[in-house]
Design a protein around this ligand. Structure first.
Ligand code: FES
Length: 595
């Protein structure tokens, strides 16, 4: 039997919380739990009914600001049987150790002393010691996606092969192949439409609808306590509601990524330092605004700001530490306060632990003794010295790779890429200049237009995109199959584009470079419904537009409109409703003026 928790308008139109558990007895504990689930935090004891209430309906005036809405909770009996022993230990960056009853799940642990992305990113603060811990008591590992600050292959290789590794499938075997190749493990693949029992913990994952964006959100529950780890996914309101239904109301803990995880606008040489800074600030605000909208919708007991910023310790990259797209947790927390977010926000350090039954946070004394965000700059100085050998090893390894004929290797690589997907080539429809510096330098043009081709560049040739990189990193790609996206995330390149428009399909083709993944994206994009909706601009223009964003399929029913510009909330592409043209990406929204 379902238990429902919802609001009604009571006397004076004040919202009233209604707990309807369809039979049984509502005790004080049950009332407290349900009320807490509903408003997102514990209310004072005197605010709820005391004692036993021998009726199927109990009403209570909730705290101010509760919006009218409802959802179905799992049966009361199941939620209240036994005490909810759920603890979460924060392991640095996006890593978590979740303990529910006797089950322990370790998610997205990243501990490598060599950092990630060829030692361009490092954990901040260092959590390398946690990788050396005995993790044999863990019942399962979870990895949300393929980025190396979430998938620590060396760590997973050292763990017992008997401990299962859980992942989701993104519609192609690429992620699974990467795990097998780098960790030697065959993961357990969970479907995204259903829940799973991992020991005593219920788990469910969500992914973005388009296979172009391969990231996943995970939710875990144990006896009425719940954790939602959003990682770097963008979810629709419908998906957030599905998560709330799974967690039975606001989660106790909501982990939100606040820091940048891409190379835009850092590497773009077309931008002046001032423009770059402005764009980084805009990007950060958008990311935080999205995080806030998720927190507003889910009303968790505690928001945890996590997954960054990383430390850039390579002398070539040290200036990135000051870029606004990588804010400190303190800056993000201050922003949330400034825009009126009033819920509890925590920014734990590695080793800190929260007890979800009491909400109490226990700090790791050694970590708090050696690191504080206020002194991050001087900490990074010493950290960089300690990590010099790892960075030098990454350079040495790349330098020692041998390519006998660079021209032939570049031709072979891009000729194969150009043959993968006419669908992608057609949508890229531009010429890319690959500008390689250092030993075996050269310039090549890769034409993705009607007659795809690769050739050496000549003076005066025209192109719309350019990547400039050192030949050592190109050798990592050509000889060792380093994925282009892993290279791009290292930030060891500069980029040019004219016009200044992001070409999503170019990145998609380069990062996947795999026929099955490209086919999955093509099938998804071709399947997008023709459904239309009518939206009005503030000055009264009525427009019929495609219901789903041409970028990655997000519903546009609630996309904000300013003037005649509509902004998709998923990745913030901006569309001109007069023409349908996307001002920030290479796609077009079907749009027709009705008045
Ligand atoms: S789905 Fe990416 S901007 Fe709309």
């Amino acid at each position: 039997m379902a238990t429902e928790c919802y609001t009604q308008l009571g006397f004076g139109f004040q919202p009233k919380l209604v707990v309807d558990f369809a039979g049984g007895t509502l005790t004080t504990d049950a009332g407290l739990l349900l009320v807490r689930q509903f408003v997102g935090h514990a209310l004072p004891l005197g605010d709820v009914h005391h004692g036993r209430v021998e009726t199927a309906l109990a009403t209570h005036a909730p705290a101010a600001g509760v919006h009218q809405r409802s959802w179905t909770l799992p049966p009361l009996r199941r939620r209240l049987s036994g005490r909810a022993e759920v603890k979460v230990q924060f392991l640095g960056h996006a890593g978590l150790l979740i303990q529910g009853g006797n089950t322990r799940i370790l998610m997205d642990g990243w501990f490598s002393p060599a950092g990630a992305f060829d030692s361009s990113w490092f954990q901040l603060p260092s959590n390398h010691h946690l990788g050396e811990r005995d993790w044999s008591h863990v019942d399962a590992f979870v990895v949300s996606h393929e980025h190396l600050d979430h998938l620590d292959a060396g760590f997973l290789r050292r763990q017992s092969a008997a401990t299962p590794l859980h992942v989701v499938s993104f519609g192609s075997p690429l992620f699974l192949r990467k795990i097998l190749r780098t960790t030697g493990r065959t993961p357990k693949v969970l479907g995204t439409g259903r829940e799973y029992q991992i020991g005593e913990i219920r788990a469910r994952a969500w992914i973005e609808p388009s296979p172009m964006n391969q990231d996943s959100v995970w939710a875990f529950t144990h006896r009425g306590r719940s954790i939602v780890h959003t990682v770097d996914s963008r979810l629709s309101i419908e998906e957030l509601d599905e998560i709330l239904e799974f967690t039975g109301g606001p989660p106790d803990l909501l982990l939100l990524q606040h820091s940048g995880a891409s190379w835009y606008p850092l590497v773009y040489e077309i931008l002046s330092p001032v423009e770059k800074r402005m764009r980084s600030l805009t990007k950060r605000e958008r990311k935080l605004a999205y995080a806030r909208s998720v927190a507003d919708h889910m009303r968790p007991g505690t928001v945890v700001i996590n997954a960054g910023p990383p430390a850039f310790l390579d002398p070539q990259l040290r200036q990135v530490n000051a870029d606004p797209s990588f804010p400190t947790p303190g800056e993000s927390r201050a922003w949330l306060e400034k825009v009126g977010y009033r819920g509890r926000v925590e920014a734990p350090l590695p080793g800190d632990e929260i007890d979800l039954r009491t909400g109490e946070m226990t700090e790791d004394p050694a970590m708090h003794g050696e690191f504080s965000w206020a002194q991050a700059e001087s900490y990074i100085e010493g950290y960089a010295r300690r990590c010099e050998p790892a960075i030098a090893a990454a350079y040495r390894h790349a330098d020692e790779l041998r390519v006998i004929d660079m021209d032939a290797a570049v031709h072979e690589h891009f000729t194969a890429m150009l043959a993968l997907s006419p669908y992608f080539n057609e949508r890229i429809d531009l010429t890319l200049c690959l500008d390689v510096e250092g030993p075996q330098s050269g310039r090549w043009l890769i034409d993705f237009g009607r007659s795809p081709s690769v050739r050496k560049a000549r003076d005066g040739d025209e192109y719309q995109y350019r990547y400039t990189m050192h030949s050592r990193w190109l050798k990592r790609i050509l000889v060792e199959g380093l994925p282009w996206e892993d290279f791009f995330l290292s930030l060891r390149f500069t980029a040019f584009r004219d016009p200044d428009i992001y070409n999503d399909h170019l990145l998609g083709l380069m990062k996947f470079n795999d026929p099955a993944s490209l086919t999955a994206v093509e099938e998804y994009e071709r399947s997008l419904s023709d459904e239309t909706i009518v939206r009005d601009t503030p000055d009264g223009l009525r427009c019929e537009i495609a219901r789903y964003c041409p970028h990655a399929g997000a519903a546009l029913d609630h996309a904000p409109i300013e003037g005649h510009l509509l902004t998709c909330l998923n990745h913030h592409y901006v569309f001109d409703l007069d023409t349908g043209k996307c001002l920030t990406g290479n796609c077009v929204l079907r749009a027709r003026k009705l008045s």
